[in-house]
Design a protein around this ligand. Structure first.
Ligand SMILES: [Zn+2]
Length: 276
């Protein structure tokens, strides 16, 4: 993600708690599936962010698009080795693939879920840590915000998770009036949230420069999230602008570790929920 995009996003971010309000899904035995059954048929669409004319974040001569592609290719290798079916939105760094084409490719292929891989950047050099983005299926009210965490260059709006739950229950209770599109969007959100929780459980939690705990899951109306009809999570692996994380993002060993953590997260997700 580019710095200016990041600042814009941080201004509009809605912080979502890490609690699991959707445990009802995992309690439904009919929806549970074994690894082996799910693995055989799961189609994972990996989207290495940016590419071609769009390098994404550009820090110390490093293009985000190269980092996302290398990590995505290692992730593909990892997921193929454990039996998933995998497709990438781009396989080279010379390709410019518009966001709409990426969503269309995933849909045409009939993917079960989408993982969009990115690396972050900020003018605030202290910011670090992975971030997992999903799209909220409704526009929250101002009073739903819990607090605004201010950092030197950005603001993060923290959303009360209970408010999200209340809003979803309210929409569901009026389900006769709710459009099919709305109900599908809620279903997709619940699955994406569970996927983001499963993935992020393998990542370290860092602190904000203020000393407060930095959350791992955020919501944002990013194009790939908003326009994908299937469970979709955008993963910011870390900050290219943070000296330690920059070295990690460039290291093949660390990129393999990212791929391993993502595959563990996917298996953990499948333990809780079957997409089929
Ligand atoms: Zn990016």
């Amino acid at each position: 993600m580019k710095t200016n995009q990041t600042i814009f996003l941080l201004k509009t971010l809605l912080l979502v708690g890490l609690y699991a309000p959707f445990s009802a899904h995992s309690k439904n035995k009919n929806e549970l599936s074994t690894h082996s059954k799910a693995k055989k048929s799961l189609k994972v669409f990996i989207d290495p962010g940016h590419g071609g004319k769009d390098p994404g974040a550009y820090v110390d001569g490093i293009k985000e698009s190269k980092v996302t592609l290398k990590t995505s290719l290692l992730l593909k290798e990892e997921l193929l080795s454990i039996g998933f079916d995998v497709k990438l939105s781009r396989e080279t760094d010379s390709e410019s693939v518009p966001l709409r084409s990426r969503v269309e490719k995933a849909n045409k292929w009939k993917a079960d879920l989408v993982l969009s891989i990115h690396a972050n950047s900020s003018t605030h050099k202290q910011l670090r840590g992975a971030e997992f983005f999903i799209d909220l299926p409704f526009k929250p009210n101002k009073e739903d915000y819990d607090e605004i965490l201010s950092t030197e260059h950005s603001q993060r709006m923290s959303l009360r998770w209970s408010a999200v739950e209340e809003e979803l229950l309210s929409i569901k209770s009026k389900s006769k009036k709710a459009s099919v599109a709305t109900l599908n969007k809620i279903d997709q959100f619940e699955k994406s949230h569970l996927l983001a929780q499963s993935l992020s459980s393998f990542w370290e939690v860092h602190k904000l420069p203020s000393g407060k705990r930095k959350d791992l899951i955020f919501t944002s109306p990013l194009f790939m999230l908003k326009h994908s009809p299937i469970p979709t999570v955008l993963i910011e692996l870390g900050y290219l602008s943070h000296p330690i994380e920059q070295q990690m993002l460039l290291s093949e060993d660390e990129q393999r570790k990212f791929a391993k953590k993502i595959s563990k997260g996917l298996l953990s997700f499948l333990d809780k929920y079957s997409l089929k």
